[in-house]
Design a protein around this ligand. Structure first.
Ligand SMILES: [Zn+2]
Length: 130
């Protein structure tokens, strides 16, 4: 997976942890087995994708050894940009909020710039991207 830059230089992509942070989390995950990685991440408020990519970056050998035991590790293709990503939940279809928003805007012509201009047929609609 490559990181994606969006227009305006704003960095978009997974946030990777330092080697030290990753070590701490990864040790806790392994110590907590058979609880899956996703449970740990949910409890700690971490994104599963960030955690997985951090482990792959800092401890690739250990990831190879343990990835089947800390599962499920689900890889999907982003609906918008087409990159593979690790899902945070099984219904996720986009690699990040930016892709989600771009896709949503493309299919919702009510958008003008950053504002949602209400049109009669979409009265009461909420911006799901928040
Ligand atoms: Zn994407």
């Amino acid at each position: 997976m490559t990181r994606v830059h969006k227009p305006g230089n704003q960095f978009i992509g997974p946030k990777l942890y330092t080697r030290k942070e990753t070590r701490t989390h990864w040790d806790a995950i392994l110590a907590g087995l058979p609880l899956p990685l996703k449970t740990y991440c949910r409890r700690q408020g971490l994104y599963r994708q960030d955690m997985i990519l951090s482990v792959i970056k800092h401890f690739p050998d250990e990831w190879q050894e343990w990835k089947d035991k800390v599962g499920p590790v689900i890889v999907k293709k982003c609906t918008y940009c087409g990159l593979d990503f690790y899902v945070n939940n099984p219904r996720q279809g986009f690699c990040n909020r930016w892709c989600y928003r771009q896709h949503w805007r493309a299919s919702n012509p009510g958008w003008r710039g950053d504002r949602y201009v209400k049109v009669a047929s979409r009265d009461g609609a909420q911006d799901p991207a928040g």
